[in-house]
Design a protein around this ligand. Structure first.
Ligand SMILES: [Zn+2]
Length: 386
């Protein structure tokens, strides 16, 4: 019997099943052979009728390895950099994150935390926790530190004023123990503010974005389920906002905050059922569109993040329609897509390879991709997918 990991509810409905999906979307693969040899797993996306949480009921954490070679850095895109710098400004100027000890849970390379500490006259200090962190242990005369561990109750003596965690909780199959552990870690700092960012599953379902369901994201929230999950772990929600073109949730809570009613969400079960009903037709339409483009010349996908690598694996597993994936991140260029082994290239190679059409995987990047193509005087046509 499958129960909802957030509310323990038993009214849960599977709406999307796929076998043999690559377990990693952001792994750097050095060769086509190693890319094709990555672990696979089963996707059984399931929605809870009680709290709206969406989860992969067939998820197996032991199949993943978030170690060396994992790279989901998006900071090479001007649009994304502007988004993050806006987020930093909002935290300092509007949410009053000043003269604070900030803990970041899952800090990655530490760029976001560095921005909060470096913000002019903010007086902030930061400690980033991430088992996969690889840089220096201290920076900025000790105002910024990094710990290669998970953050938990053993760090309660730190007395954090603010905890930030971006794009971590969707990778965690049991979110409630994670949040309860966070509450214990903050037992010595009862006034601490907590900020989380995670994908908004209602956006994926409403827009029927088939390639936004992939193995790494085993736990997906909407405005209702995230509020419920935090309340259950003793963090009454303070505010939820839809950000990044409504693709992400930005969620604020405080340990002893006032309880508020969660905002009304879309009917996630109905959305999920519609998604499931339309899945085959959407796949067929995507394949036909791709085949029509491929008849006119070489086709690329723009964006080798999770969306692009998932699209490639479900629409072109045998590598007959897509020539390559384009990505601005130099670490990804000259590498291969986990699962299918498609080449990942720099935009500079569009002309050399003779790519006629590039399908944009995330509509948020349309303006900057168009500008880049115009700057290169490329005749490659950008195709919007919707
Ligand atoms: Zn539930």
């Amino acid at each position: 019997m499958i129960c909802c990991p957030v509310c323990d509810g038993k009214d849960v409905f599977p709406f999307l099943s796929r076998d043999d999906v690559p377990v990693h979307q952001n792994l750097l693969c050095e060769s086509e052979a190693s890319a094709r040899a990555v672990n696979t797993g089963r996707l059984q996306m399931t929605v809870c009728a009680t709290c709206s949480f969406v989860f992969n009921a067939a998820f197996d954490l032991s199949r993943l390895s978030y170690g060396e070679g994992y790279n989901n850095c998006q900071t090479h895109s001007p649009y994304f950099e502007a988004y993050v710098s806006d987020l930093t400004r909002g935290l300092v100027e509007e949410s009053g994150v000043r003269n604070a000890l900030i803990v970041e849970v899952g800090c990655g390379s530490g760029d976001f935390l560095r921005g909060l500490v470096n913000y002019p006259d903010s007086g902030n200090r930061g400690i980033g926790f991430d088992p996969a962190y690889t840089g220096a242990a201290t920076e900025l005369n000790g105002k910024l530190r990094f710990v290669k561990e998970y953050y938990g109750p053993e760090h309660a003596s730190l007395a954090a004023d603010v905890v930030v965690s971006r794009h971590v909780i969707e990778h965690v199959p049991q979110p409630i123990p994670l949040l309860q552990s966070l509450a214990k870690a903050l037992s010595g700092s009862s006034q601490a503010k907590v900020f989380f960012e995670t994908p908004n599953v209602d956006w994926i379902l409403s827009n029927q974005v088939v390639w936004d369901f992939f193995y790494e994201h085993c736990s997906l929230f909407n405005v209702r389920s995230i509020a419920y999950a935090f309340e259950r772990a003793s963090f009454p929600p303070k505010q939820t906002k839809l950000v990044f073109g409504e693709q992400y949730l930005w969620f604020e809570a405080a340990l002893n905050g006032t309880k508020t009613s969660p905002a009304a969400g879309a009917d996630t079960v109905a959305l999920a059922q519609a998604f499931g009903r339309n899945y085959e037709a959407n796949m067929k339409r995507a394949k036909q569109t791709l085949e029509a483009l491929a008849r006119k010349g070489k086709v690329a996908l723009w964006g080798a993040g999770a969306k692009g690598t998932t699209f490639a694996s479900i629409i072109d597993a045998d590598k007959t329609l897509i020539d390559c994936l384009i990505d601005l991140n130099p670490d990804k260029q000259s590498k291969y897509v986990p699962g299918t082994g498609h080449a990942i290239v720099s935009p500079k190679e569009i002309g050399v390879r003779g790519v006629k059409h590039a399908i944009l995987m995330n509509p948020n990047y349309a303006a900057e991709c168009r500008a880049l193509l115009a700057g290169m005087k490329s005749d490659c046509e950008l195709v919007m997918w919707s």
